[in-house]
Design a protein around this ligand. Structure first.
Ligand code: LLP
Length: 404
C-alpha cells in the first residue's frame, strides 16, 4: 500500500481505478498485508508455540476467515453466528474457543455438539447451564473459566475489560469456588484459565501485571491447566503516535510464564492480525464552507465505519491522489448521517480537495465492517480482497431492495 507517483495503490491496483469500477464506499483488503501480519505474529511468538485463535469479532468476513484459517489460525468466537461462520470457513472445531458473558442455552448446546476446543465460561450460572446440557447430552465438555484479574489495560475505557467494574470474567474468590465445582463434575473437564484485559494495548506492563495475578491464582488453586488463554488486545500503530505493542517483548514475558507453568498458551488476537490490512475508499460528495473550517462530506458514514463515532478513535485520512496545493482552512471529514458524532477527523494543512475527489480512511480492517450497521437505512458497503494480483469481491454491496 503506497503512493506510486501521485496515485495511491494497493498491491499494484490504483485506488482510483478500484473506485471507478466498484463504486464507493468500498472496503479494500490486502491479502499480502494480512499474511505478513500473521507471519510476523507467528515469528514473534514462535518459541511459545501458541494456539492462535483469530478473534472473529474483529472481522467476520467468511472469505477472510477462510484465508486466516488456511494460514494456520483457529478462531475465538462470541456467538453462534460467529461459530457458524468460523466452521463454514473451514476452521476446525478443535481450534475454536467460545468466549462471552451471555451464551444462551442454544449456543452452548451447539458448541457442545460441534465439539469445539473450549467453552470459556464467565459466571456460575453459565457453568451450571453447561453442566445441565452436557448431562442431557451425556457428554464431557472442556471448559475454561475467565478470570477478571482486576488489571487496568491502560487503554480507552470503552475497550477495557479486565477491571473489577467490568462485566467480564469472575472474581478471584469465585474462580476458586468454580474451579472446585468443575473439578468435581462428571460432565465438565477444567482445561483452561482464560483472561482478556482489553484492546489496543500499547505497553507490555498491563500484561505483566495480569500474568502476576494469574501466577498467584494458579499457585492458590494448585491445579495444572492444560491451557492458559491470554486473550488478545495487542495494540497496533494507527499512525498517530507511532506506538504499537512490542510483540517481541511481550513474547519473552509470556515465555517465562509458560515455562514455569508448563502449559499450552492460547492467544486471541483480532486487531493485530487484520487492522492495518484494510482501507475504506470514500468519495467527497460536497464541500461545505463553514466559519472556521470546511466540512468535507464524504459518502462513507458512521454506519460504514463506527470507531471514530463510538470511541473518538482517530484514523489516518489520506488523499487518493496527491497534489501540492495546501488548504489554509482546516477540514472536518464527516459523513451524511444525521448525528454530530458522524465525523472522522479534523485535519489542518491538508492538501486542497475538491468535490468528487477520493479519500482513504486507513487501518480499518479490524472493527470496521464488523461494526457496520444500516443506520439511516444505508446499505452496507462492498468488500473486496486483493490477492495474487487479482481483485475478488468478498461481500456484495447491500442494495436498497435488501433493506426495504
Ligand atoms: N478476546 C476477547 C475475549 C475479546 O473480548 C476481544 C475483543 C479479543 C479477544 C480481541 O481483541 P483485539 O486483539 O482485537 O484487541 N470495537 C473495539 C474493540 C472491542 C474489542 C472487544 N473484545 C474497537 O474498535 O476498538
Amino acid at each position: 500500500m503506497r503512493y506510486k507517483l501521485k496515485n495511491f495503490s494497493i498491491d499494484g491496483f490504483d485506488v482510483n481505478k478500484i473506485a471507478k469500477k466498484y463504486k464507493t464506499p468500498v472496503y479494500c483488503y490486502s491479502f499480502k498485508k494480512l499474511r505478513e501480519n500473521i507471519l510476523n505474529f507467528n515469528k514473534n511468538f514462535k518459541h511459545i508455540d501458541p494456539l492462535t485463535c483469530f478473534s472473529v469479532k474483529a472481522n467476520s468476513n467468511k472469505i477472510l476467515l477462510n484465508e486466516i484459517g488456511k494460514l494456520g489460525l483457529g478462531a475465538d468466537v462470541v456467538s453462534i453466528g460467529e461459530l457458524l461462520k468460523a466452521l463454514k470457513s473451514g476452521i476446525k472445531p478443535n481450534k475454536i474457543v467460545f468466549s462471552g458473558v451471555g451464551k444462551t442455552k442454544n449456543e452452548i448446546s451447539f458448541a457442545i455438539k460441534k465439539k469445539i476446543l473450549l467453552i470459556n465460561a464467565e459466571s456460575k450460572s453459565e457453568i451450571l447451564e453447561i453442566e445441565k446440557i452436557a448431562k442431557i447430552k451425556k457428554k464431557q465438555v472442556n471448559v475454561g473459566i475467565r478470570l477478571n484479574p482486576n488489571t487496568d489495560a491502560k487503554t480507552l475505557s470503552q475497550i477495557s475489560t479486565g477491571k473489577k467494574e467490568n462485566k467480564f470474567g469472575v472474581s478471584e474468590k469465585n474462580f476458586l469456588e468454580l474451579s472446585k465445582y468443575i473439578r468435581n463434575s462428571k460432565y465438565m473437564n477444567l482445561k483452561c484459565l482464560s483472561v482478556h484485559i482489553g484492546s489496543q494495548i500499547l505497553d507490555t506492563r498491563p500484561y505483566e501485571k495480569m500474568l502476576k495475578v494469574l501466577d498467584k491464582m494458579i499457585k492458590k488453586i494448585n491445579y495444572h491447566f492444560e491451557y492458559i488463554d491470554l486473550g488478545g488486545g495487542m495494540g497496533i500503530d494507527y499512525g498517530n503516535n507511532n506506538k504499537r505493542l512490542n510483540l517481541k517483548k511481550y513474547s519473552s514475558i509470556v515465555k517465562k510464564f509458560k515455562e514455569k507453568h508448563k502449559t499450552k498458551i492460547i492467544f486471541e488476537p483480532g486487531r493485530s492480525i487484520i487492522g492495518n490490512s484494510g482501507i475504506l475508499i470514500a468519495k467527497i460528495i460536497y464541500i461545505k464552507e463553514g466559519h472556521k473550517k470546511n466540512f468535507i462530506i464524504i459518502d462513507a458514514a458512521m454506519n460504514d465505519f463506527m470507531r471514530p463515532a463510538l470511541y473518538n478513535a482517530r484514523h489516518r485520512i489520506i488523499p487518493a491522489v496527491r497534489n501540492k496545493r495546501k488548504s489554509n482552512k482546516s477540514y472536518e471529514f464527516v459523513g451524511p448521517i444525521c448525528e454530530s458524532t458522524d465525523k472522522f477527523s479534523t485535519l489542518k494543512k491538508f492538501q486542497k480537495l475538491y468535490e468528487n475527489d477520493l479519500i482513504l480512511i486507513c487501518d480499518v480492517g479490524a472493527y470496521g465492517m464488523s461494526l457496520s450497521s444500516n443506520y439511516n437505512t444505508r446499505p452496507k458497503p462492498l468488500e473486496i480482497l486483493i490477492k495474487d494480483s487479482k481483485i475478488k469481491i468478498i461481500n456484495k454491496r447491500q442494495n436498497l431492495k435488501d433493506l426495504i
